[in-house]
Design a protein around this ligand. Sequence first.
Ligand code: PGA
Length: 232
Amino acid sequence: MIIAANLKTNLTRSATHKYMQEIEKYSKASSSEVIIFPAMTSLDNFKIDKTIVGAQNAYPTVNGAFTGEIGLEQLDEFGIKTILIGHSERRHILHESQEFLVEKFNYFKKLGFKIVYCVGEPKAIREAGKEEMLTYITKQYEGIDTTYENLIIAYEPVWAIGTGITPTLEDIEDVHTELKKKSPAPLLYGGSVKVNNAKEVLNLNNVDGILVGSAALYAEHFGLMIQYSDEL
Ligand code: PGA
């Protein structure tokens, strides 16, 4: 199982240090792969062995004139070899296009990065029906090497992120079963995963792990989810 936390624009560097130490205890006791994506300014050399630290974003460059972005040089400083690409907040709030995401994907793939690539449909598309939804999500696979060995895919319905609303367990399993036909990569579910639903989600067919936002900000909650993954 893969248990990942996207901390988004939360926690200071010192709070992240504390968080990492707590998570490392759960991570060490678990057979699951635990990945944490801290805020950019909280990237650092953490005294951890098992937990993987990834970047929430980076520009496809070693360095250069890209105001507000970080590149490979900044990731290398902390030995970061894992990146999140295509998160719905970057697609919808920051308007990153599929073409640009493909450019990022190819850049970091060439470097052998572990890539957690996110897909997912907005509410109106989900309401338009299953066919529309699958057509929409299929477009998010365009240009992506779905057989890349270090690829992890995360299915995150946009309307479920940060809202406390999730698809039914049947719907999650159904979409995952469809998406598994597109790529052999491990497939995570994300969108309002909490302590009280994590076990059920992890138990579904074709769910290889979870990507957690808000609920992961509490180390004990996220730690419990790591424990659950070993109980299945
Ligand atoms: P959420 O976020 O758990 O707060 O819904 C998930 C994500 O954005 O990865």
